[in-house]
Structures are given as structure tokens and as C-alpha cells.
Design a protein around this ligand. Sequence first.
Ligand SMILES: Cc1cc2nc3c(=O)[nH]c(=O)nc-3n(C[C@H](O)[C@H](O)[C@H](O)COP(=O)(O)OP(=O)(O)OC[C@H]3O[C@@H](n4cnc5c(N)ncnc54)[C@H](O)[C@@H]3O)c2cc1C
Length: 559
Amino acid sequence: LTKKNSEGGGINRRAVIATGGAVGVGVVAAPSAEAAATRWNRTVDVIVVGSGAAGLPAAIRARDLGASVLVVEMNDDVGGHAIISNAFTNLGGGNAMQQKYGIVDTPDDIYLEYTRPDHAMTRYNDRAMVRAFADYNVEVYDFLVAKGVMFRDARPTNSPSEGSAIPRRIGMETYSDNIRETINGTGGSGYVRPLEHAARAAGVEFLLSHQMVRIVREDVNAGPVQGIEVLDRVRNRRITIRARRGVIACTGGSSSNVAIRTIYDPRLTDEYQVGCEPYSPQSGDAEQLGMAVGASLGGTAGQRNETYLALQKTAFIGCQYGYARWDPNSPYFQRARASGLAVADYQDAILVNAVGERFYDETVTPTRVRGDEGWSALQGYFSAALSSAVKVIDGKKHRIGGPVWAIFDAEGAAREEWTLTPPHVDPDYFFSASTLGQLAAQLNRNVYQARHPMSGVTLAESVARYNGFVDAGADADFRKPTPRYKIQTPPFYAAWATPILHDTYAGLRVNANWQVMDVFGAPITGFYCAGESAGGFTQHGVARCAVGGYIAATHAVGA
Ligand SMILES: Cc1cc2nc3c(=O)[nH]c(=O)nc-3n(C[C@H](O)[C@H](O)[C@H](O)COP(=O)(O)OP(=O)(O)OC[C@H]3O[C@@H](n4cnc5c(N)ncnc54)[C@H](O)[C@@H]3O)c2cc1C
């Protein structure tokens, strides 16, 4: 399901190739042969691509304003990351929940906090976008409540890690006890399912298992966006859909798309997995297909991967997708294959890089460093995790990135009270052996590690050196606080513990109407982008997505 490289996804690249000579600023090009020849299979007013945190409010808002609306969703159910999320939502401005708990907040407060110059999450934000976001907060909160979104009635909390001191963070009730409806039993279902039902009741049409694979513009990089081509993933056939008022791309960021994510950070090669995969990938399709028709990227300074939730130390080890725990009862569990092991105390394991060497104090966690003082420690962890492994290839040294493995022994596993069998662990991401040399040979079977097999000698030396630190009572290499337990009792274990990607904080450049801008700095008629695929506003999660989708639809239909 997950597109992992630039060649995947069946995307038609003829549009890119057909670009030929660039169209200059202000020059109106004749429609390309391709656009002129498009035979539309159907026509609606507004196409919303993606049915997650941004797409659902966009669709309902456009329908409320009188448009005919089609939602195109590549997955076989709605919700994207939003339904897997916890959906704690940072909407404020003095909304009813804040008023109920006596919290004073205004749109100006939101604006000033999210453009703060002294915070890494806020200083790069596009001021016009944040101004519009701030001014729409209360209206969107009221809209979501009216559509049935299940905000938890509790005092909102603040989010200092995001630069936000005023309490705005509101939790969400889980939609039901039926895991078929909630997908993984989380609060995001209290956002997604009510919006899905409101959309269907209002007459929004959903086309599930259909993936946008091309954006049709009047000319390859000039004129309005006219519609899209979609791939019916079940019947493996393509159809074209025209949009009279606009295409609103809400495809959920680009963290799963190696071609796009390595634009922001070349270290992020394909071994790094993404939170919420394998339910829905962050396909990067809005960005990739948008750029193919002349759209610009924006907000790229916001995509600093050591910032907040862009990159995470995986919470569950021994499985491929360890950002959140996959419930074995989930209807999508067969895609995830294992729920992983939560590490209670990194005194019970060491972490080694792809060449089998330790690289950092293992006990650094997002929880330990969250708050003002700690981000630099976590940044150091990620830098080391992504770049410390050096391999000699054809006589030359190369930094190779690669997997990170948690190494522990039988006693460590017993202290953690882990059950080391499926569905807790994935046999392709979890290995055991009676010696460390054999363990290296085992983990070299992993598809990502196999490219650069680990030396059993190096792994054994790393463990022996660490055991020496336990004897000495001090970690001379990385100053792990008082290493406590030797790794010495077979069987020995290796569990996948590679950092995992999460939020996308950059994407297509949009203006304050969430209308996509081209590479010359002009808005593209009929093309909008909201949610994590829109760049310019670094804020975690649902709030910027909901507000962006709402504003985009308002402008697409009203403009
Ligand atoms: C485990 C977890 C916990 C989280 N907790 C929180 C939280 O507490 N609070 C918070 O605010 N945020 C949270 N988030 C983040 C939040 O879920 C996302 O920021 C948000 O859902 C992004 O919204 P979106 O609309 O951009 O993308 P999504 O919600 O991911 O929706 C994008 C949709 O587009 C579809 N799509 C992609 N490409 C195509 C294509 N070419 N054609 C058709 N469809 C396509 C996808 O299948 C998907 O359904 C969490 C995320 C995860 C994974």
C-alpha cells in the first residue's frame, strides 16, 4: 500500500516530460495537447482529494455552500492519519470550551503565539496564513461541534513544546467501542466518523479506493487546474474528473514519499517508517503531482526533522510500524503484522546502529526531554541515529544511515516482562540467537539491514565495551546515566528500533486562502491544498488541517 520511492504509485509522468520550455511570467500559453484532449468521465463543482483531518471539513464546507462535492480517497475507508490519531486539537481564540473553563484567549493571542520569534516551531511560520488561521479558529470550532465532532468536555491544556502557552488543546472522545469503526480504538475516530456521517448526510459523494495520479491543468504549468485523473485501485483503471470550482488536495503530507522527504532532508532514505502506516501513507501526492504542474513548495524551513514530532524515537520495538501500538483486534492489523514491545527502561537494552556500534545515551526519550530544556538532547540522538554508521565500501568510507537495533539478553527481556512471540513481534524485524555473532547473522536477514550486513565481531565488541561500563559504573562513550545491567545471558535479541517519521511540516506553498502558489509566486486558479501537504505553518496535527480545509473550501466555492 505504501509508496516508498519516486517510481511507485503508478503516477503518470508524461505531464512532467511534456513541460519542455518553461512558460514565462505573465505569458498565457495555449492549452497543451494533453489538457485539450482530456475527455472527462464526470464533472463536479469541487473535488476533495483525501478524507482525513483537512479533507472532511473541506468537503462539508463546500457542500454547505451549495457545491456538488466528490471526495476521492485512495484507502478503502476514510480517515487517514486523523482516525488513527488521538486528535487532541489546538483550536482556541476564545471558543466555547475555553470560555466554559474560564480561559481568556483571542485571535490576536493565537497569531502572536504562532509567529513567536523565539521558538523553533513558530518563527518560520507564514504570517498571512497564521493570521487567517487565528481569525477562523472560533468559527471552525463551532462548525466542528455543529457537525457532531466529539470534543471532550474538560479543561483545555497548553502546548509549550509548540510555542503555545494559552490552554487550547482539547481532547476527543473515541467514537465507539467497535474497533471496526474506530480502526485502532483511538480518539481520532470521534473526529472522523461524525464528519463522515455529516458529509454523507449532506450529499457529499465518496469514491474510496481511488487515488489521484495526475492533476490536469490547462497547460502543463499555466492556466487553471481543471480536474484530476484517478486510479481505481480495485479495477485498476483510470478515470478523469473535472472540477468546475476547484480541486482541494488534502493528501496528508509527504513523510512516506522518499522522493519528496529527501528534498527536505537527504538523510531520510527508505528504511525510516512512518507513524500511522500501514493504514494510510503520507503519500506526498499533492506535492509531487502539484510540482509536476508548476506548483511551488513552501515553508521548507519548517521541516526541520529534529523539531518536535517530525521524527520520533520509535515507541514500540521489534515491529516495522512502532509509532503507536497496533491493536491485534484492529481490522487492519494484518497490514501491521505486530504490535511491538514498549520499552519501560532503556537500562534493559542498548541501541546500535547499522554497523553494530552504540551511538548515544539510550535513555533519551521524547518524554524525558519534552519541555524547554531538552530538545537539543533529542536532536543529538537523531543526528547520531541517522548518521553515525560509517561503512567502508570499495575502499572508501560512507555514512550509511540504516536501521537501529535494540540489543538485549534473556535477563533484560525478563525484567521488561516482554512476550517475544507474534503478534507482539514481527519475525522480519525481531531476531534471537545464542551468541552475538549468530545474532548479527540473523538480523542481516532484515530487508534493510541486508544491504549492509553487520559484522558479528563489531556487535560483540560493542556489547563487551558496554558491559565494561556496567562494571565501571560509568558510560565513558555517551554518558548514559549509570549503566546498570550487563548483556551476557543468552539468548540474545535484536529488535528493530529505527527512528520513525511522523508529521510533515512543509508542503505546497499556499496563500492565506490556502490556494496553491506556482513557482513564479502567483496563485493557481482552481487549485487548493490543506492539511499536512500545505507548507508555511508548522503546527502539529488536526487544528491547522481543519482550519485550512475549511478556508480552502470557503474560497473555492465563494471565489
Ligand atoms: C498515532 C497518531 C497520533 C496523532 N495524535 C494527534 C493528536 O493527538 N492531535 C493532533 O492534532 N494530531 C495528531 N496526529 C496527527 C494528525 O492525525 C495529522 O496531523 C492529521 O490527520 C493530518 O491531516 P491531513 O488531512 O493532512 O492528512 P490525513 O488525515 O492523513 O488524511 C489524508 C488522506 O489522504 C489520502 N490520500 C493520500 N494520497 C492520496 C491520493 N493521491 N488520492 C486519494 N487519497 C489520497 C490518505 O489515504 C488519507 O486518508 C496524530 C497522528 C498519528 C499517526
